[in-house]
Design a protein. Structure first.
Ligand SMILES: [Zn+2]
Length: 90
């Protein structure tokens, strides 16, 4: 599965459009994030073998930010952000 990358500028535009005012870390209060990855976080530890022989691991498409100060992770659902970016190109 190929997920589009989401940059800091894209995320800032999404947050502004959706009224996100406070991006400070819930643990340490700084606002010094880096995008760690766009990935599928497994919802189950046990992958399924499907009828056609492929392996499927149910999961959530997730955008993961890491606080550079305290290492807290901020997980966001990927799809609503990606859809908004498709509809609102820079
Ligand atoms: Zn922090």
């Amino acid at each position: 599965m190929s997920l589009r990358s989401i940059g800091g500028d894209d995320l800032a535009r999404f947050h502004e459009a959706r009224g996100v005012k406070d991006i400070s870390c819930s643990r340490c209060g700084t606002s010094n994030w880096q995008i760690e990855s766009v990935d599928v976080v497994p919802a189950s530890a046990i992958p399924e073998l499907t009828a056609d022989g492929t392996v499927r691991a149910p999961g959530f498409k997730t955008l993961i930010l890491g606080c550079k100060n305290c290492a807290n992770l901020w997980l966001m659902a990927y799809e609503p952000i990606a859809e908004w970016l498709e509809e609102h190109p820079a």
